[in-house]
Design a protein around this ligand. Structure first.
Ligand SMILES: [Zn+2]
Length: 205
């Protein structure tokens, strides 16, 4: 289901915040992953990390990313999956090509999505970040539905977690430049930031 925070909050249902007391996004499908632990005591969400994934590369709607993130991918499903055997990775959220959102880890927990990483001299970004995967490839444009959903999700997160800010939304490539290229050159940062500024400058939402 495509969540639209903007519309939802402007209806009479003012009482329902987009993020519930268990740090889950309302409207997202809950698909619990085993690949998380507690954030360090000092850490709160300060950074949003945008990723992309497709399994196999360039193929969408396969369900394999969700299987990977929930520990259900054996590695035998496809010849390209050998490196993924035993991988313990998951973002907090995955946004598929239709803009539907799935959540794997509660936002107050540390999801294992960034790996070796560094942001503004601070290593280990998983401790203080929220990871969002887009179903996609660094070789392919993303869909309008994905940008709309991502804008809604990021705006909701920025409103809910005071440590987050618009200037702390980065690509995986920015915090692990030696290893990672995602979300890649097709990702429209201007489009995302425009959506964020529009939503966050509206005092009614
Ligand atoms: Zn990534």
């Amino acid at each position: 289901m495509h969540i639209n925070v903007h519309t939802k909050v402007q209806t009479a249902e003012q009482t329902e915040a987009p993020i519930d007391p268990e740090h889950r996004l309302r409207g997202a499908q809950w698909c619990p992953s085993p690949f998380w632990d507690e954030r360090p005591a000092w850490a709160q969400p300060e950074l949003l990390v945008v990723h992309c994934i497709s399994l196999p590369e360039g193929q969408f709607g396969t369900g394999y990313p969700q299987a990977l993130f929930t520990g259900q991918l054996t590695g035998d499903e496809h010849a390209d999956f050998g490196d993924l055997r035993g991988a313990e990775v998951t973002p907090h959220l995955l946004i598929d090509r239709q803009g539907s959102v799935q959540q794997f880890v509660a936002f107050d927990k540390r999801a294992w999505h960034a790996g070796m990483s560094c942001w503004r001299t601070r290593r280990g970004c998983n401790a203080y970040s929220i990871g969002i995967e887009l179903e996609g490839s660094i070789h392919t444009p993303f869909t309008l539905e994905q940008y709309d959903a991502l804008g809604d999700v990021c705006a909701a997160l920025l409103r809910h977690y005071p440590g987050l800010s618009v200037d702390a939304v980065v690509g995986h490539n920015e915090i692990a430049p030696q290893r990672k290229q995602d979300p890649g050159p097709y990702f429209d940062w201007c489009g995302l930031l425009l959506r964020l500024h529009q939503q966050l400058s509206n005092p009614r939402v």
